[in-house]
Design a protein around this ligand. Structure first.
Ligand SMILES: [Zn+2]
Length: 422
């Protein structure tokens, strides 16, 4: 008897083996992947054969573009065939330039259509993109996919938060696309203006670009503040938009019809077992013009492949992306990620804003947390509560400092609340 997952794996194998568009095409036309695929027998007899392919690292792609400027050798077609250019945000070093042809961009936006379908967004919806449309791929594809499903796409970049709020209310928007930090910021600005966003027409918020929607305390604050369901989403310029939140809240599903996903031990190459965490490795199955094959994403996830209550055959990652490989802090044999620290700080609703410095002192990790507390609350009590929670739940020693109201940075896009000094 074949199961859904067997069919899915067969579909993935067929996509990789397609002579006109799969690995065979890359071996023929893509200089970067030719060397990796060379030793492989094609067509693949099974997906297990993929494990013979070397991983692709972000640093390799960046080095390749440095050595072969400006666009590198991970190009399957002539330069003139490409119609779009985006770039990684460059927060961890040099930017990586990502190119798409009309076909590969159509694949990118198709993945977003799948996300909207999972959320129940339809042609009746009005999708409000609170996002500055720059080189970062961010919500560009989400904006275009909204039109493709027949919804109304509303651009909302290049305005003050007050103007955005007016624009959002004036347009009767039903779906908000933004970073979780910015969705929280809008709640705060609305409150200051005496606007109750829970009474607005927004029914769904889709948060991406940074962790947040996967952190229960943040999600709860977003759902209460907006009076709307909050959805987590994950993706990246290099590999594509790969994940959407399970409608039954079982975690983040990988769109496995468009991606072949593996989870391997952090720093290793052995697949992790059911329920274990490791680094997500992705191969996209439709962006052949500049593909990511066995790409080490740097995202740490926990693998669950048992049938999901929502009926999806796709694997899921409970708790979403748990953190980045580079941000891992090993404390007494346990790997702690900034998102776990953030989750604890955010549980305290008296914390308005915060910033964390983590450093190693005499072989021990120590953390300095600066917080702004809500007016009228006891700063000493909030400090003690956070310090105790970090110590008991994560085993981290911390020093907490109160800061004057409004002194810590506010973020609209990529938040930088954590500084890790190694
Ligand atoms: Zn599910």
């Amino acid at each position: 008897m074949t199961t859904n997952r067997d069919n899915l794996r067969q579909h993935q194998l067929e996509r990789l083996n397609a002579p006109e568009s799969g690995l065979a095409l890359l071996r023929q036309q893509n200089a970067f992947y030719r060397q990796k695929i060379d030793g492989l027998t094609l067509p693949l007899l099974s997906l297990d054969a993929m494990s013979a392919l070397p991983f692709t690292l972000k640093s390799e792609l960046v080095d390749d573009q440095t050595n072969n400027p400006p666009y590198g050798t991970n190009l399957t077609y002539e330069p003139s065939a490409y119609t779009r250019l985006h770039a990684t945000s460059g927060t961890t070093g040099r930017r990586l330039k990502c190119l798409d042809t009309a076909d590969s961009w159509a694949w990118f936006t198709y993945c977003w259509q799948e996300i909207y379908r999972a959320m129940g967004v339809t042609s009746e919806d009005r999708v409000f993109a609170a996002f500055g449309f720059g080189p970062f791929v961010g919500f560009w594809a989400g904006f275009e996919a909204a039109q493709q499903i027949g919804a109304l796409a509303i651009p909302a970049g290049a305005q003050s938060s007050e103007q955005r709020l007016d624009w959002l209310l004036e347009t009767d928007a039903t779906v908000l696309l933004s970073t979780p930090t910015y969705a929280l910021r809008l709640i705060q600005v609305a409150r200051e203006k005496g606007i109750d966003l829970a009474a607005s027409s927004i029914r769904n918020t889709l948060c991406a670009g940074e962790p947040g929607a996967n952190i229960p305390a943040i999600r709860e604050r977003l759902e209460t503040g907006w009076g709307a369901r909050c959805w987590d989403h994950a993706g990246m310029s290099e590999a594509g938009p790969w994940g959407y939140q399970c409608p039954e809240d079982e975690g983040l599903h990988v769109i496995e019809s468009e991606f072949y996903a593996e989870v391997v031990g952090v720093g290793g190459n052995t697949p992790v077992g059911e329920g274990e965490s490791g680094e997500l490795v992705l191969s996209n199955l439709g962006r052949w013009a500049q593909p990511a094959i066995r790409y080490r994403t740097g995202d740490v996830v926990r693998l669950k492949s048992t049938p999901c209550s929502c009926g999806s055959p796709f694997v899921r990652f409970p708790g979403g992306v748990l953190g980045r490989v580079d941000d891992m802090i090993p404390i007494r044999g346990v790997n702690v990620y900034p998102s776990a620290v953030e989750a604890i700080i955010r549980e305290n609703s008296n914390v308005v804003e915060f910033q964390v410095d983590i450093r190693q002192e005499r072989q021990m990790w120590a953390m300095q947390v600066e917080i702004e507390v809500a007016p009228g609350t006891s700063e000493a009590e909030v400090r003690a509560a956070i310090s105790d929670a970090l110590s008991i739940r994560l085993g981290i020693r911390s020093a907490i400092r109160s800061m004057p109201a409004g002194s810590l940075p506010r973020y609209e896009l990529k938040a930088r609340r954590f500084r890790i000094h190694r």
